[in-house]
Design a protein around this ligand. Structure first.
Ligand code: SAM
Length: 277
């Protein structure tokens, strides 16, 4: 029977490691979460106890293990067209504005999880272009990034099971944007996939190499970070946006007083942030 006990001092070391590596703050007494998330890795990495797994994780040479541990500690909950309003706002307000700029539109989904968010954006852009055939002749490029390699592989496969498909997707969109790929799975059609690229990015790192965007979605991830880390990320988003570019946060997240670079727009429903010029 593998030993899943963790001493308090080991827990504290692990908590510090996680915050330093990916920003995720584990509260006091979250040992149970560490046990349940890391337990399954013990067999895979051939270690007899959770203490040993944690102590190996702290070694900078254990790159594969570190990446698997970070994967296991992230929460990847997501769904299609999450909260609806961001996608309504794209169609009603933001795309009509961007259409006038006559250039390639660039959108970044900064914590893309298994791909539902960036692909929902791509589907929304296609639906918009179907009603306005002359819009975005230079294309809409969407970038999805995440810290989890497992999630990025899922995004690239673009294949989803019945449960994932049942969450947020109308029957019309399912028929229009997916092909049956057998065994109860459906794959996103190529015209949607070709507008979306994925790459690994830790939000704690620099975004300078990504270039500038018109819209950034960073939804349902900042809640896991400390106020200082959030503030740094928001500052970097401001640098990564074109003037008057838009930032979408999760429905329960807000900028409050974290940053002076953005103005808040109440859209009823929903709040979005626009970079000041
Ligand atoms: C709850 S999901 C949100 C997915 C999507 N944005 C949504 O709202 O449906 C959070 C995602 O953030 C990613 N994540 C956590 N820490 C990260 C970091 N430091 N850098 C990049 N991505 C991170 C996780 O891997 C996970 O896929």
């Amino acid at each position: 029977m593998p030993n899943k006990e963790l001493l308090d001092k080991e827990y504290v070391l692990f908590r510090d490691f996680l915050e330093q590596q990916c920003g995720i703050v584990l509260g006091e007494n979250k040992q149970y979460l560490v046990k349940s998330r890391l337990g399954p890795l013990m067999q895979r990495f051939n270690v007899a106890s959770l203490s040993e797994l944690v102590s190996k994780t702290l070694s900078p040479f254990e790159r594969q293990l570190r990446s698997a541990v970070i994967d296991a500690m992230t929460t990847n909950e997501t769904l299609w067209f999450r909260d609806s309003y961001p996608y309504e706002l794209l169609k009603k307000q933001i795309f009509p504005e961007l259409e006038k700029t006559c250039r390639t539109v660039k959108i970044w989904s900064a914590a893309s999880s298994s791909g539902q968010e960036p692909y929902s954006i791509a589907m929304t852009a296609m639906e918009y272009q179907q009603t306005r055939p002359s819009a975005f002749s230079l294309g809409v490029h969407i970038l999805g990034t995440d810290i989890s390699n497992t999630m990025l592989e899922h995004c690239q496969r673009a294949e989803y099971d019945g449960l994932a498909l049942s969450r947020g997707l109308s029957p019309e969109r399912r028929t229009k944007f997916f092909d049956d790929s057998g065994k109860g799975m459906m794959r996103i059609k190529e015209p949607v996939r070709k507008n979306v690229n994925f790459r690994h990015l830790n939000l704690l790192d620099s975004y300078a190499l990504l270039g500038k965007f018109d819209i950034i979605f960073c939804r349902n991830v900042l809640i896991y970070f400390s106020a200082d880390v959030k503030a740094k990320i928001i500052r970097q988003f401001a640098q990564s946006l074109n003037p008057r570019g838009y930032l979408f946060l999760g429905a329960s997240e807000s900028l409050s007083s974290l940053n002076q670079d953005f103005e808040m727009l109440r859209c009823n429903p929903g709040i979005i942030y626009r970079k000041k010029t």
